[in-house]
Design a protein around this ligand. Structure first.
Ligand code: ZN
Ligand code: ZN
Length: 465
């Protein structure tokens, strides 16, 4: 008999009671255990990232290299034996980066390591010259006296803190995304920020920024961590510090790119899908090994492992190499819109987009009545060093638009302690990746995707926050 208190009545009536949710079968668990232990795809994920970074390299959305990346992903899905491979197009404003130079004019002339932020305007025919005014954070800029930055170049000095889960990025990235808007509103002529970075190399970190529609676009760039320190030391001498920025960049016209989709077609409920993936595009400075060649390689390899099993899982597993994540989840938003009518058939989604560190936790956003199924999945993952955490976490970026339409999510949380050392820099290259760590992640994604697709029950809809 089901016992519903008043407080639990809505939960009880919304779906099956806890006892009604069938557990994963022993056969499913033993297949997943084999997926975890057999290492049938050892080295596959690394091989894919090596191939992508070597044969395609930087692949910013809308570029010729992005077109080659799409062809690469399609060919790899086919070579790995996915049952159905296709691309889905979407369009977006095309941003182009040309040359970029920065230097201190006075009081101590010397070069600066700078890079334009994605979406920034260029400096035009004449380089921009101006005095810098430093602020500890975006909030401090917003609290500045009227006129404090009129005709000057705003410099946001906030440092990004290192954490295993990367939360330091969330605290500082607002300066990158909104700094130019807030500076322009106050009459500034340009913006520089300390890179959203946890390292001390002299690599500036790019990344997306946006102008509010009602502000004059001003050039926006990042300086490397040591260059930010250098400027602060100069400001400490008490004299005005003047810099020059020479940036060629513009947003011009529309470009088209594609989500590349590989399906493993389910044997009983092919229209119900478990979605895993990474994003195919990268910024243009490095070769996009960590961000997000790794995620593409990990999830394609997970799919390849599932394809090696004797039979297909009950539901379909869909691996998506998402297009244009970097400039605002453009491919993911297009997918969510195009598939809005099938969102109730999207039973669970996860994305690998946090580098190549080992997975240490499984977290999820599912109806709490389905926790017992997740506990079973977590028990299979435990020998990989993965704990089950019922609190915290969140969906990977490209699954957010699907989660907003009700899809439950899972997160295989990776150790991202050094992710923001390399993120969005010329230093995001293959040598930062350990092949065995990728195998651990691919095994984790294979177990998660297989068991979620094999479960008799689905995971309900994502709970309201
Ligand atoms: Zn990414
Ligand atoms: Zn990125």
């Amino acid at each position: 008999m089901r016992l519903c208190t008043l407080a639990l009545a809505s939960l009880c009536m919304a779906g099956p009671a806890r006892a009604d949710i069938p557990p994963l079968s022993e056969v499913a668990i033993s297949t997943a255990t084999a997926l975890r232990d057999e290492h049938s795809t050892a080295g596959v994920a690394y091989g894919l990232v090596e191939s992508l970074t070597t044969e395609v390299g930087p692949r910013m959305a809308g570029t010729e290299a992005d077109v080659r990346a799409v062809a690469w992903a399609r060919a790899k899905f086919e070579a790995l034996g996915f049952d159905s491979v296709r691309v889905e197009p979407f369009s977006f404003p095309y941003w182009r980066r040309g040359h970029e130079r920065g230097e201190v004019l006075s009081p101590f002339p010397q070069p600066l390591a700078v890079t334009a932020l994605g979406g920034s305007e260029g400096t035009g025919d004449t380089p921009l010259e101006g005095e810098i005014v430093a602020f500890d954070s975006l909030a401090e800029l917003q609290a500045a006296e009227p006129g404090a930055v009129e005709g000057k170049i705003v410099f946001i000095t906030q440092r990004t803190q290192r954490f295993k889960d990367g939360r330091g990025y969330g605290l500082s990235v607002i300066g990158r995304s909104s700094g130019a808007t807030e500076a322009s509103k106050r009459g500034a002529v340009g913006l520089i920020i300390r890179s959203i970075s946890t390292n001390s190399d002299r690599f500036p970190h790019t990344g997306m920024m946006r102008y509010a529609p009602d502000v004059k676009p001003i050039p926006a760039a990042a300086v490397s961590n040591p260059d930010a320190d250098l400027l602060i030391n100069m400001l400490g001498r008490g004299e005005p510090v003047r810099i020059r920025l020479d940036i060629d960049a513009e947003t011009r016209g529309e470009a088209v790119s594609y989500n590349v989709i590989g399906d493993i077609v389910g044997r009983e409920r092919p229209d119900e899908v478990v979605v895993i993936g990474g994003h195919l595009d990268s910024w243009d400075l490095g070769t996009g090994a960590l961000d997000d060649g790794a995620g593409v390689g990990i999830t394609m390899a997970a799919g390849a492992a599932i394809l090696k099993q004797e039979q297909r899982p009950r539901r379909s597993v869909r691996v998506i190499a998402w297009g244009n994540e970097e400039q605002g989840l453009i491919g993911a938003r297009a997918y969510a819109e195009a598939h809005a009518g099938q969102m109730s058939k999207h039973v669970l989604g996860a994305e690998s987009d946090f580098g190549a560190g080992r997975v240490y936790a499984l977290r999820a956003g599912v109806d709490a009545r389905y926790w017992p199924v997740l506990e079973q999945i977590a028990a299979v993952l435990a020998p990989l060093g993965i704990a089950f955490e019922r609190e915290g976490g969140g969906p990977g970026p490209d699954v957010i638009p699907l989660v907003q339409r009700g899809m439950p999510w899972a997160q295989l949380a990776q150790d991202g302690s050094d992710y923001f050392d390399y993120h969005h820099t010329a230093n995001d290259t293959l040598d930062k990746i350990d092949s065995e760590a990728l195998d651990q992640q691919a095994a984790a994604y294979a177990v998660l995707a297989f068991l979620a697709a094999e479960a008799e029950a689905d995971f309900g809809r994502v709970p309201a926050q």
